[in-house]
Design a protein around this ligand. Structure first.
Ligand code: HEC
Ligand code: HEC
Length: 108
C-alpha cells in the first residue's frame, strides 16, 4: 500500500515535470487503437494485431510511456480500468510490467 502511494506520488511528479518541462505544445498525445478489449486477443497481444512489434521486448522503443494509458476507451468504469494504477505499476517495474497485462508478445 505504502509503495503504491509513493509510486503514485512519483508518477504525479513526473507528469507535472513532463508537462511543465515541454514548453510549447507538450501535452501528452495518447496513442489510440480504440477499445483494445474488442481486439482479437483483448488486452493480450496476438501476432495478428501486433505485427510491427511482435517478439520485441523493448516496448519503449516504439511506445512512449507518456502517450499510453491516458484515455479510458474500454467502456468499463474508471475504477475498474484504473489508469493511474497502471501508470504506477509501470513507474515501478518499467518494461517488465507490460506482460502482466498484455501477455508475452511472443518473447521467449
Ligand atoms: C517496433 C515497434 C513496436 C514495438 C517494439 C512494440 N510495439 Fe506495440 N505497437 C506497435 C504498433 C505499430 C502498433 C499499432 C498496431 C499495429 O499496427 O500493429 C502497436 C500496438 C500496440 C498495442 C495495441 C494493440 C491493440 O490491440 O490494438 C499494445 C497494447 C501494444 N502495442 C503493446 C506493446 C508492448 C507491451 C510491447 C513490448 C512487449 C510493444 N507493444 C512493443 C509497435 C511496436
Ligand atoms: C495493469 C495492467 C497494464 C499494464 C501493466 C500495462 N498495460 Fe497497457 N493497457 C492496459 C489497459 C487496460 C489498456 C486499455 C487502455 C484504455 O483503453 O484506457 C492498455 C492499453 C495500452 C496501449 C494502447 C494505447 C492506450 O493507451 O490505450 C498500449 C500501446 C499499451 N497499453 C502499452 C503498454 C506497455 C508498453 C506497457 C508496459 C510499459 C503496458 N502497456 C503495461 C493495461 C496495462
Amino acid at each position: 500500500m505504502r509503495i503504491v502511494d509513493q509510486a503514485l506520488r512519483i508518477a504525479a511528479m513526473v507528469a507535472v515535470v513532463t508537462i511543465v518541462g515541454c514548453g510549447s505544445g507538450g501535452s501528452p498525445q495518447s496513442e489510440n487503437y480504440g477499445n483494445i478489449l474488442d481486439s482479437p486477443g483483448g488486452l493480450v497481444l496476438l501476432e495478428e494485431e501486433h505485427q510491427a512489434g511482435w517478439t520485441r521486448a523493448d516496448c519503449f522503443g516504439c511506445h512512449d510511456v507518456n502517450n499510453m494509458h491516458q484515455v479510458n476507451r474500454t467502456g468499463l468504469p474508471d475504477d475498474v480500468v484504473d489508469l493511474p494504477g497502471i501508470n504506477a505499476i509501470i513507474q515501478n517495474q518499467g518494461e517488465a510490467s507490460c506482460m502482466l497485462c498484455h501477455g508475452t508478445n511472443g518473447v521467449q
